[in-house]
Design a protein around this ligand. Structure first.
Ligand SMILES: [Zn+2]
Length: 485
């Protein structure tokens, strides 16, 4: 049975490659139009009898390359004697069309077989295997994939694929293989030096989820694109060591980035998936009061100071995650309630968290409570209730004060925002015991962490991003809360 399969495989290979040389030019292939990106390279190779169509009118540019095809094409490019002969492989017939090329290239160390004396001629070739073969055939032989790939990039033979990797495990298609071989054989086809992006780096921004790519070597130039943290970029081949602004390629975009945000290793503080859907989620933190409005005051400490400090701590946590975060104020200024709502709407925020400190005329009033609006102008009340519930439980966990509950009230910022929103009252500034926590940096930090964890719980349970959120807990030594909505 295997003999029969091998026989038909051989017939197929013959059918693919035995079309008389020169009969068809790429221009006459109906599937390689005049604007096809590989047209020139395919013409070049067809003219030299190195590649042929799969029929007089078709080239099949998207079809995967098999190991037998690769042997024939590289063998012809090297002008080896390809006449059919006996090989060392039990799955290659002596008279099969590829046999001479396979045997010749194995002899030269360009190709190898498998441990069981097979060559597996119909197996598809990956881009990584192609890199090794081209290095062994035309450059320095190597058994290191990384070395082989770097060489092809440096020489302008091949580039990375869309995600910045080389796509080692991806199958190689006929049009790409044709392009690579044409570039090896003739410099005219090689990627111009100023378009070669070679060395791999990772985007590593501590302060946010993205790195801005600029049109020129300065932050004042136009924004080209924003590259997610953890993404691969490649440096232009002429990049000088120590340059501050460097020209890079990210995906199919080319521009300048600040080299201080690139590292050799994939950063560990981002989600393993740089395209995490969470990277599109914007959390707005709203530190209550500010400027001429101090909010409540107790024991000489103002609410506006605590809300900003706690928001800043929360922001630090979000900054270590894929989430985007923005604050309605970042210093001691007055921002009207209407402008706080407008701030969130203008940015199309996904969640709004307003941070406040309670006060009462009785100094014995103590504890934690949080609010959602049941009379919302717009937006989902259920989502707001869930967000509030998850926040409340993390607040209790952080400060251990009494639970005054999840409540409803039509406060302006939670009533008029159209995204899930919550207003948190973090203890009583008028109570001595609460006040101690409110003003102490260690406790402010714990409460900032609580806001972050509450948001994680909400996205984990309510919004259903379990897989994306799950790895974020362990990074801050936490676990998902029980489901509470
Ligand atoms: Zn307040």
């Amino acid at each position: 049975m295997r003999k029969l399969v091998t026989f038909f495989t051989s017939l197929l290979v013959v059918a693919l490659f035995l079309a008389p040389i020169g009969e068809a030019r790429a221009a006459s292939f109906s599937d390689v139009g005049t604007t096809h990106r590989a047209k020139e390279e395919i013409n070049f190779l067809v003219d030299r009898g190195i590649v042929q169509g799969v029929s007089p009118t078709k080239f099949a540019p998207q079809r995967n390359v098999t190991r037998a095809e690769a042997a024939i094409i590289i063998g012809r490019a090297l002008e080896v004697d390809g006449s059919p002969r006996a090989t060392r492989f039990k799955d290659i017939e002596n008279n099969s069309f590829a046999s001479g090329y396979i045997e010749e290239l194995v002899e030269k160390g360009v190709l190898g077989g498998y441990g069981d004396d097979t060559f597996r001629p119909s197996n598809q070739l990956t881009r990584g295997e192609m890199a090794l073969m081209i290095n062994r055939a035309f450059y320095e032989p190597t058994s290191s994939n990384a070395v082989a790939i770097q060489k092809l990039m440096n020489e302008g033979i091949a580039q990375g694929v869309k995600d910045g990797t080389f796509g080692e495990k991806l199958p190689l298609i006929r049009s790409d293989f044709s392009v690579f071989i044409a570039r090896v054989l003739d410099d005219r086809f090689a990627i111009p030096k100023d378009q070669r992006f070679v060395k791999q780096k990772f985007v590593d921004v501590k302060e946010g989820p993205v790195l801005n790519m600029r049109s020129g070597p300065s932050a004042d130039t136009a924004l080209v694109t924003s590259i997610p943290n953890g993404s691969i970029v490649r440096l232009a081949i002429d990049t000088k060591d120590g340059a501050t602004w460097v020209r890079v390629k990210a995906g199919d975009k080319v521009g300048y980035v600040h080299s201080g945000y690139l590292s050799d290793k994939k950063p560990t503080h981002v989600s393993t998936n740089p395209n995490s859907p969470l990277a599109k989620k914007l959390i707005v933190l709203d530190p209550g009061h500010g400027g001429s409005d101090p909010g409540a005051i107790g024991f000489g400490y103002a609410e506006k100071t605590a809300t900003l400090a706690i928001s800043n701590y929360a922001k630090k946590y979000f900054d270590q995650s894929p989430f985007q975060v923005a604050m309605t104020r970042t210093n001691d200024t007055f921002v009207s309630l209407a402008n706080r709502v407008r701030f969130a709407h203008n940015r199309n925020a996904d969640a709004f968290v307003s941070i406040h400190i309670n006060s009462a005329s009785s100094s014995s009033a103590t504890g934690l409570e949080s609010y959602y609006s049941a009379s919302r102008a717009a937006g989902d009340i259920r989502a707001s209730r869930a967000l509030t519930t998850y926040m409340q439980h993390r607040m209790l966990e952080a400060w251990g004060l009494s639970n005054r509950g999840v409540k409803t009230a039509p406060f302006y910022v939670i009533r008029w925002t159209n995204m899930p929103s919550t207003l948190l009252e973090m203890g009583f500034i008028s109570n001595k015991n609460d006040n101690y926590r409110i003003r102490t940096p260690k406790h402010q930090e714990q409460m900032g962490r609580a806001v972050y964890l509450g948001a994680l719980d909400y996205y984990y349970h309510y919004e259903g991003y379990k897989n994306d959120v799950a790895p974020l807990y362990s990074k801050v030594g936490a676990k998902p809360s029980p489901r509470r909505h």
